[in-house]
Design a protein around this ligand. Sequence first.
Ligand SMILES: N[C@@H](CCC(=O)N[C@@H](CS)C(=O)NCC(=O)O)C(=O)O
Length: 235
Amino acid sequence: MLTLHYYPSNASITPHILLEEMGVAFELKLVDRTQDAHKSAAYLKLNPNGLIPVLIDDDYAPPLVLYETAAICLYLADKFPEKNLAPRVGTVERAQFYKWLIWLSNTLQPALITYFYPDRYVNARNAADATSAAAQVKASAQQRICAMLKQLDDQLETSAAQGGEWLLGRQFSVVDIYAFMLGRWTRVFEGAPPATQKASNAEAWAHLAPFMHRVLARGAVQRVVAKEALKLPYI
Ligand SMILES: N[C@@H](CCC(=O)N[C@@H](CS)C(=O)NCC(=O)O)C(=O)O
């Protein structure tokens, strides 16, 4: 049995949607962030980083314990290749898939983490300096994220020109779920768009906004919205 340790709307939502898309059996285990359960000794044994998600696969002895969202997604895509949620290994499409998965998890996601936790990136002598430094870190992260949303929007425009509605073209895959998760995190962006960008959050982009709605409308995503009891606005 597969068990996903999750918290609503956290990075665990990508493997959660993926498992629903695949239609395989799995269990959910809530990691209660309100009680700091992700920093408990028991959870740190699963993921020493104290971060969500973790996937357990007890088809093995000892069970496989896996952290890092992208690694979990790759593992699931490889475990269930017949579900076609990643291009076949050894193809050009698979190469593009790796590029987007690593860009999403390694470039866009850290920028979003910086936006949400700017105080972790400052080291000031007093509270007032810390507040102003954190505000600058947050604003610069938002600006970088806007440029990255443009990159996603451009890719979706390219796909559309070739008759595809997903990041890789016609094949819906893990990277669409990942982009959806990160795109929806931008729904809380405050303030005017940075002057150099035309739009601030995912909803404001010509190709990215309808993409977000297409992903949201999928049956698997709707089931996750209900199971995680997500609150409006979803995107
Ligand atoms: N690189 C990790 C990042 C996971 C991550 O940042 N998870 C967040 C929830 S979205 C978390 O657990 N945050 C708790 C914390 O920062 O203390 C992954 O993709 O699995």
